[in-house]
Design a protein around this ligand. Sequence first.
Ligand code: FPP
Length: 245
Amino acid sequence: MIFGKQENKQPVERVLPRHLGIIMDGNGRWAKKRGLPRSAGHTAGASNFRTITRYCSNIGIPYLTVYAFSTENWKRPEEEVSALMKLFQQYLEEALRDFLDENIRVRFIGDTSVFSPKLRELIQRVEDSSACKTGMVLNIAMNYGGRAEIIHAARSLAEKVRQGEMAPEEITEEVFSQALYTGGQPDPDLIIRPSGEQRTSNFLLWQSAYAEYIVCDILWPDFKTKDLEEALDEFSRRQRRFGGV
Ligand code: FPP
């Protein structure tokens, strides 16, 4: 079920978001419901990540950002964090094989400098080897936090001012957007959050100023392409006013 869905069921012409964000939430609850360890939920979530990513690429979504690991997720039990790191390693190795065949350009947003040397090396290889791809841009948010991203951008601009490369009054919304990890990309038009939680959880804080939110009560591993289709229909019905009338 999509919360706050408009009752108008008239068929609408499909409008694809230029940039779709997904908060892949509910893996832990999915596992708990089955009496499995939380890590099993992440494994199922990672498999679904692959299915949904491929689908988004096939239907022509230009930019997809998925929230894989937040700056706050380090607070989880060590066992769960380490299972997630292993999963990232495994899926990035697979991404090197699979996504490259599919013309997907993979980028990472967040502070990846804290990951193990092995994972960092893999992240670099995935970025480098997909840099020439011309299809969908997939941003994987890892050790990402919207507030941390804003601080990072503010510091880089402050440094330019200190070096005399720019004046403070040259810092406009456009300039600031360019200094974010997503610089050069359009802002997300749509953010989908499965699992029933109705909060932003520090995801794309600056960029989502005018994003449509769709929240549904399906846990991420159960969120199938038909649910994505339903969310895209709902998005197509929304009237976006960007502060106007
Ligand atoms: C949130 O669910 C999910 C995560 C913190 C991890 C998401 C990661 C994946 C789906 C793996 C993706 C892999 C790659 C390579 C991108 P939760 O654990 O907070 O669920 P809960 O709210 O039910 O406890």
